[in-house]
Write a protein that binds this ligand. Structure first.
Ligand code: ADP
Ligand code: MG
Length: 272
């Protein structure tokens, strides 16, 4: 059985790409579940008003539930809103509720609006990281498909950008805009953030197109692109309707194996 080593310090990754449907949420929940399955302490922050990551990880996120919205806009702490995921004992989730859909507008008039998440996460890390047992190994932030304030907050809080890219025709369209924004954040708000990880998703090896896209992505990002590609798999797309990740839903499926492999690669590569 593969050994997933703990990183020297908490790795905070924002899973981002302003295109919808490229596999951000699927990647967030399955990488998180794979890391947790192998004993690492993982926190998922659902920062998409759709709450799909909360659904897939089986946590409550009805409109009455305390959520990331209350952390960003109100005065609740991460510790007050975090929930345990039924996926595993070392996987925690800060859920998103429907209230988050108004947050980008509400944040506009708030001081330090770009660093609300960073501040809140720092307080949380300071409390849990004092104990080696509870110290978080990974924080994964699932972003909405836009480059608004929720995504900016995630980029400011994170040390690494993790970009899923769907192997299809328009895959690289919009990527330069994303890179620009990461650069802007790097220059002004968070000098620490780097594109550490790129994952090719929904790969269909039978098509030339998918292979061409994969090659092109690799040539642009030779260091960041993981060797593992995530295949198109019905099991992956079915899992959320059972409020599970594919890691739990069907651990021997090609999709689950690929996500575990990708997670192992992430642990081996370290932060850069
Ligand atoms: P995003 O968060 O970027 O909008 P999602 O992770 O929600 O993207 O994925 C979009 C859709 O594609 C979802 O219905 C999801 O179940 C499906 N999907 C994601 N990855 C795969 C895959 N490898 N194989 C099959 N379906 C997938
Ligand atoms: Mg999503």
């Amino acid at each position: 059985k593969a050994v997933f080593e703990r990183p020297a310090k908490t790795r905070i990754m924002t899973v981002t790409n302003q295109k919808g449907g490229v596999g951000k949420t699927t990647t967030t929940v399955n990488i998180a579940a794979a890391l947790a399955k192998h004993g690492l302490n993982v926190l998922v922050i659902d920062s998409d008003p759709q709450g799909n990551a909360s659904t897939a990880l089986g946590v409550e996120h009805g409109s009455e539930t305390a959520s990331i919205y209350d952390v960003l806009i109100g005065d609740m702490t991460v510790a007050e809103v975090v929930q345990d995921s039924p996926e595993g004992p070392s996987l925690k989730v800060v859920p998103a509720t429907i209230h988050l859909s108004g947050a980008e507008i509400e944040l506009v008039n708030i001081d330090q609006r770009e660093s609300k998440l960073k501040e809140a996460l720092e307080v949380y890390l300071t409390s849990v990281n004092t104990d080696k047992e509870t110290r978080l190994d990974y924080v994964l932030i699932d972003c909405p498909p836009s480059l608004g304030l929720l995504t900016i907050n995630a980029m400011v809080a994170a040390t690494e950008a993790f970009i899923p890219i769907q192997c299809e025709y328009y895959a690289l369209e919009g990527l330069s805009q994303l890179l620009n924004n990461i650069q802007l954040v790097q220059n002004s708000l968070n000098g620490e953030i780097e594109i550490s990880t790129i994952l090719l998703t929904m790969f269909d090896r039978r098509t030339n197109l998918a292979n061409e896209v994969a090659q092109e992505v690799r040539s642009h990002f030779p260091d960041a692109t993981l060797n593992t590609k995530i295949p198109r798999s019905v099991r992956i797309s079915e899992a959320p309707s059972f409020q599970q990740t594919v890691i739990t839903y069907d651990s021997s499926s090609t999709g689950a194996i690929a996500y575990e492999q990708a997670a192992l690669e992430i642990t081996k590569r370290g932060a850069n």
